[in-house]
Design a protein around this ligand. Structure first.
Ligand code: PMP
Length: 355
């Protein structure tokens, strides 16, 4: 009885929380997909190990991407593939190069593996965040990394570096270039669109967690030439992607039109949100090619946190590398439903009024 009487309160408090701290997709899968997933669950054999080669999923990804199946690797989320890239390509004493700031997972994995990292700073000038191209090229020559990982769009800034710069990095580095396209469906174009063949030292990372709205499934995938894939295959855990995630991701690929429509809606919400924030005194929103937006305010972090909490908004205060030296606070807000973004705007207005 006690449990029952508590339920309505707990449910309503959950629905009022705007969870915008993990860059998740706010939309549920379409009913057709949910039905197919249910049917898949009743027919798959959970007493058996998954197909070690993820044959059906890789074939479907091949149809989806236009690359041969033996260029495709799947992982337990993009996270696992990032860890494999570091293990496969960075020898003891070797070096990883990333942007700073960038996805916190790179630091997490490189620390766990004891990998030395050379970070190229993003800079702030004249109201914009940008990368100094020359600095990156100089650093590439000086630190001679075994692996370069560029998140494009960059998490947490939303910045999408020019494709020709990525191509230049690929041609200049002696190591592997991993282009992390976790958010690519939301804008900025893909490395796949670069004319010519995929260079022999490039690995392009994708995930089902963002645009596809399947973060809980934990499926990521990557495209590279077979010689690179071969090195990853040597260290990959044989059954790294479960029976159901393999099948569910394959089913999801049949709903790419739905995915694109949702991405369009999220991108529209994002662009309107950026405009609205930039009308508020004391707040700045940076243009984003992803499903999140980076904000800056002169309010202290503690006050922002308290105000957001009051409105039931969860956001992320990301590590900003050298940009953290600027006064004020940086906040990364995922793009949720219109109503949720309205709630964020109310919180920002509360803070503007008090400024
Ligand atoms: N790359 C970037 C830039 C990310 O922000 C994330 C997750 N937030 C990932 C990769 C990993 O995503 P997942 O493991 O869910 O595929």
């Amino acid at each position: 009885m006690r449990v029952l009487s508590k339920m309505p309160y707990e449910l309503s408090s959950i629905s009022q929380e705007a969870r915008l701290d993990k860059n998740e997709n706010p939309y549920d899968p379409p009913p057709g997909m949910t039905e197919e997933l249910r049917m898949a669950l009743s027919s798959i054999k959970l007493n058996r190990y998954p197909d070690q080669e993820a044959t059906a999923l890789r074939r479907a990804l091949s149809d989806h991407s236009g690359f041969p199946a033996d260029w495709i690797t799947v992982g337990n989320g993009g996270d696992e593939l990032i860890s494999y890239l570091m293990t496969a390509f960075i020898p003891p004493g070797g070096c990883l190069m990333t942007l700073s700031p960038s996805f916190s997972g790179y630091k997490h994995q490189s620390r766990a593996l004891g990998v030395r990292t050379s970070e190229v700073p993003l800079e702030y000038r004249g109201g914009s965040i940008f990368l100094d191209r020359e600095k990156l090229i100089d650093r590439l020559a000086a630190s001679s990394p075994d692996l370069v990982i560029i998140d494009r769009p960059n998490n947490p800034t939303g910045l999408s570096l020019p494709l020709d710069l990525l191509k230049e990095i690929a041609s200049l580095t002696r190591g592997i270039l991993a282009v992390d396209e976790a958010y690519v469906e939301f804008g900025g174009g893909s490395f796949f669109d670069v004319p010519g063949e995929l260079p022999g030292n490039v690995f392009v990372l994708r995930t089902f967690s963002k645009a596809w709205g399947l973060a809980g499934l934990r499926v990521g995938w990557g495209v590279c030439r077979p010689a690179v894939r071969e090195k990853i295959e040597r260290i990959r855990a044989p059954f790294n992607v479960g029976v159901f995630p393999q099948e569910a991701a394959r089913i999801a690929l049949g709903y790419s039109e739905w995915m694109r429509a949702r991405v369009g809606r999220i991108s529209y919400t994002r662009d309107r949100f950026v405009e609205e924030v930039n009308r508020l005194p004391g707040w700045k929103a940076f243009p984003s090619s992803a499903n999140f937006v980076l904000l800056h305010s002169l309010n202290p972090k503690e006050l922002i946190l308290k105000t957001f909490r009051h409105r039931g908004v969860h956001a992320r205060f990301p590590a900003m590398g050298p940009l953290s030296e600027m006064s004020g606070a940086w906040v990364r807000v995922g793009i949720g439903l219109e109503e949720e973004m309205g709630r964020v705007l109310e919180a920002l207005k509360d803070l503007s009024a008090g400024a």
